[in-house]
Write a protein that binds this ligand. Structure first.
Ligand SMILES: *Cc1c(COP(=O)(O)O)cnc(C)c1O
Length: 400
């Protein structure tokens, strides 16, 4: 067992492959996939079928996903990052446009704006929850603002109603980064139903609620956005009937540049199979969260407010200060408990500092970052493993 520091990609939350081999079986990562024989059989069927990509399993997965979250349309793409990029493109974000997002998120929530030439503006989070503060969003709006990208941090839904009312008042789009919140609910709806937002984006990276290896999706209720997203995912190709009639049946054209952000049929087969188990996965995550709530030493660590709405992508605890966090992190890693920190604030990255974003600008996000740790949380974590995590935290604080 080593206690070497995490790889950089693990620190940002988008790396982290769970450990395999026997001698590493005692290592617990903060998140990992749950794959069963049904999943394997579904992928095998797809691999033996006529379509490896752009076949019937893509639409099947999109339909199931849309139905699960209660949206009209779903578009499957190659990652959560490409979902965010396409969402920004579909809204026409470009140079001169500002988009407001959270500094306490995986960098993709902000990077997607820059891919389109837009300017990222951060709005600080609420100190208790780490969720973007609607009052700060309002303060960040300027005449150049076009969109808001709130994040459902750790699986807790952001305040979409407050954010959508700001958006309506200032004529802005809202893209909900729901990568943490598949299966979460909010007062009166399901995250991803797009009742209050224009689009929601998801990720199917192995640490998320369901996986397709790499993968992502966008949900929306707006037909024009749906059609544009589908074109942009496939190079921008389209087949206008009048031109096909004039030129020939092979004809297709590119009106605006798109990308290859397609998801394969065998990945979609896995996605559909995983989706069948989503409610079980979420129930297990909630049950584990409740068990942490009850057994972690509350005198020494701040626990998340229990929520029946959260789908608990992460179980984030907060300690007194940065030194304690660092020592607890090292202590747990020394025990084979590979906790993580989500996230280094986005504006701290050199690629953002270089644009003039300064440390100290978002004190709530920075204070949050300084004191947090994400403990292992995934459906296959068993009671004995969870007890090891709890025991690790208790022993650090000298609690019996
Ligand atoms: C995982 C994640 C993404 C990106 O998803 P990928 O599939 O890894 O590209 C975006 N935003 C948040 C908040 C995430 O956690």
């Amino acid at each position: 067992m080593t206690d070497r520091p995490p790889e950089p990609d693990v620190l940002t939350g988008s790396g982290s492959t769970p450990v395999g081999g026997n001698e590493e079986d005692h290592l617990l990562s903060y998140g990992r996939q749950t794959i069963d024989d049904e999943d394997v059989a579904a992928v095998e069927d797809a691999l033996r079928s006529d379509y490896l990509t752009t076949g019937p399993r893509v639409e099947e997965f999109e339909g199931r996903l849309a139905e699960t979250v209660g949206a009209r349309y779903g578009v499957a793409v190659s990652s959560g990052t490409s979902a965010l990029h396409l969402a920004c493109l579909a809204l026409g974000i470009e140079s001169g446009h500002e988009v407001v997002t959270s500094p306490l998120t995986f960098a993709a929530s902000a990077n997607c704006v820059r891919y389109c030439g837009g300017t990222v503006v951060f709005a600080d989070v609420c100190p208790g929850t780490g969720l973007i503060d609607p009052a700060e969003v309002e303060r960040a709006v300027t005449p150049r603002t076009r969109a808001i990208i709130p994040v459902d941090y750790a699986g807790f839904p952001c305040d979409v109603e407050a954010i959508s009312s700001i958006a309506r008042r200032h004529d802005l789009w809202v893209v909900e980064d729901a990568a943490h919140a598949l299966g979460a609910t909010y007062g009166g709806g399901t995250v991803g139903d797009c009742r209050h937002v224009d689009m929601a984006t998801f990720s199917f990276h192995p640490v998320k609620h369901i996986t397709t290896g790499e993968g992502g999706a966008i949900t929306t209720n707006t037909l024009a956005l749906y059609e544009r997203l589908k074109r942009l995912r496939n190079h921008g190709l389209s087949r206008p009937p009048e031109k096909v009639a004039a030129e020939g049946s092979w004809y297709q054209e590119i009106d605006e540049l798109g990308y290859n952000y397609r998801l394969t049929d065998f990945q979609c087969a896995l996605g559909t199979s995983q989706l069948r188990k989503l409610s079980r996965f979420v129930a297990k995550r909630r049950q584990l969260a409740e068990r942490y709530d009850q057994s972690l030493p509350g005198a020494h660590v701040e626990l998340p407010d229990p929520s029946e709405h959260s789908s608990y992508h992460l179980y984030v605890i907060k300690v007194a200060d940065a030194e304690t966090r660092r020592a607890l992190f090292d202590h747990l890693w020394g025990l084979g408990v590979r906790c993580q920190v989500h996230y280094v604030p986005v504006h701290w990255h050199a690629a953002y500092e270089r644009l003039g974003h300064e440390r100290g600008s978002y004190p709530n996000a920075e204070d949050y970052y300084a004191r947090i740790l994400s403990l292992p949380l995934y459906p296959s974590l068993d009671a004995e493993q969870q007890d090891r995590v709890v025991e690790g935290v208790r022993s650090f604080f000298g609690v019996k």
